[in-house]
Design a protein around this ligand. Structure first.
Ligand SMILES: Cc1ncc(COP(=O)(O)O)c(C=O)c1O
Length: 404
């Protein structure tokens, strides 16, 4: 009999799926459309060097950056979150309701710690973020997949499943969803908050891509419609600053924040104070707005290059999303092409990888769901690389189709 806790085998299937993506991220040789990292050109090296030189001095700021910190996080950084990332986006909250976390992943863990007992049910989008699935599995959750269309989660399906399964919470990535790039409409954001309030179900609004919009109108968060503290909003600095800083944040009520602080104390004591001090200074010095503009300009061209290459080179009948922001396009190959089954051959012959669609389908979906789909990341490759490698991919898929 294994001595390991039940959660260890429970999460293994999801870990395997996730490793496909994380291994591709660090391989130096493969051309990867599988990842979800910022472009190398997107890091603000000059500003960070300057900030580090100023911050790491033996004075109050320097000591603060080297010492233990509070559980709720650096005040200057929470002010920056309020002033730059929340208020202008339609969420007007106090700094006391903002907590800095270790990446945008930690709020997912904390949500489970606060609300989930083994065997509890979570409603998830279909498809959904595989890393989230892995965390939910670690907490021994049951998944109930919900339907999505081009406007995000379908509310009739969500309501039916709330009634049927009495879930602890609903997990949604409402803006430029990972993996599809789809955005939840304003009406549905409002409706989801209303359903959460009506049935007293929690919602985890995971929104790490919201800042990086290239087209379309800005939409206020679900949390802005929440009347009864049923929605926890979470964000990340990974896509807009640096994933290595491991900084994220969550927004919750006074009582929920107090509980999350207790969980933080029991997990990692406090978020990395060095990273918080550097990021806080980045915002305080006014570098963020121009930096964000640069990111958007860089990625907008890459998104456009990817859409153009998909339309030009992929076989007739290929469908894809047209994301207004974020990092991913979701493509569905014509009948008879299995992107998951072909991934290894493509890796060996073309030295290219992508996110196999099937890994984003949680338990509870039919066997083989998503096999003909691909998550295609455009942030990490130049326009030239997208053009060149999508031509190769398109020709490969067309040849496979003609073999049939
Ligand atoms: C949907 C979603 N949530 C959360 C995160 C947070 O990641 P991190 O912990 O790197 O900030 C990511 C990153 O890829 C993501 O795609």
């Amino acid at each position: 009999m294994s001595k390991y806790a039940k959660r260890i085998p429970a999460m293994e299937g999801e870990v395997k799926k996730l490793k496909v993506l994380t291994d591709a991220l660090i391989s130096p040789t493969i051309v990867s459309f599988a990842g979800g990292a910022p472009a190398k050109e997107a890091y603000p090296f000059d500003q960070i060097r300057e900030i580090c030189n100023d911050v790491f001095q033996p004075n109050a700021t320097g000591f603060g950056a080297m010492a233990y910190g509070s559980q709720i996080g650096n005040l200057a950084l929470r002010e920056a979150v309020r002033d730059y990332l929340l208020k202008p986006r339609g969420l007007d909250v106090s700094v006391d309701n903002i907590m800095i976390t270790a990446g945008g992943i930690q709020p997912l863990n904390f949500m489970c710690s606060l609300y989930l007992d083994p065997g509890d049910t979570i409603l998830v989008e279909t498809p959904t973020f595989v890393h989230a699935d892995m965390i939910f599995k670690m907490f021994q959750a049951n998944f109930v997949p919900c339907k999505m269309d081009e406007y995000g989660l379908v509310m009739e399906d969500v309501e039916e499943k709330i009634k049927k399964y009495n879930p602890k919470f609903i997990y949604t990535i409402p803006t430029f969803q990972n993996p599809t790039g789809v955005t939840l409409s304003r009406e549905r954001r409002k409706k989801l908050a209303e359903l959460a309030n009506q049935y007293d179900v929690m919602v985890l609004e995971d929104d790490p891509y919201r800042e990086i919009r290239y087209s379309g109108e800005e939409l206020i968060p679900i949390k802005a419609f929440d009347q009864k503290d049923n929605v926890i909003f979470s964000g990340s600095f990974s896509k807009i600053f640096s994933p290595g800083s491991r900084l994220g944040f969550l927004v919750a009520s006074d009582d929920q924040i107090a509980k999350f602080c207790n969980i933080k104390l029991g997990s990692d004591t406090c978020t990395n104070t060095m990273a918080q001090a550097i990021a806080a200074e980045f915002f305080k010095r006014g570098y963020y707005p121009q930096h964000l503009e640069n990111l958007k300009n860089l990625y907008r061209s890459r998104r456009d290059a990817m859409i153009k290459a998909l339309d030009a080179y992929f076989p007739a009948g290929t469908k894809h999303t047209y994301p207004d922001g974020g990092y991913y396009v979701w493509a569905e190959l014509p009948e008879g092409l299995d992107a998951t089954a072909l991934a290894q051959e493509i890796g060996e012959k073309l030295n290219i990888c992508y996110g196999n669609g099937s890994i984003f389908y949680s338990e509870g979906n039919p066997e083989g769901a998503g096999n003909n789909c691909m998550r295609l990341n455009f942030s990490g490759q130049t326009e030239e690389s997208i053009e060149k490698n999508f031509k190769l991919l398109g020709e490969f898929f067309t040849a496979k189709l003609n073999e049939k």
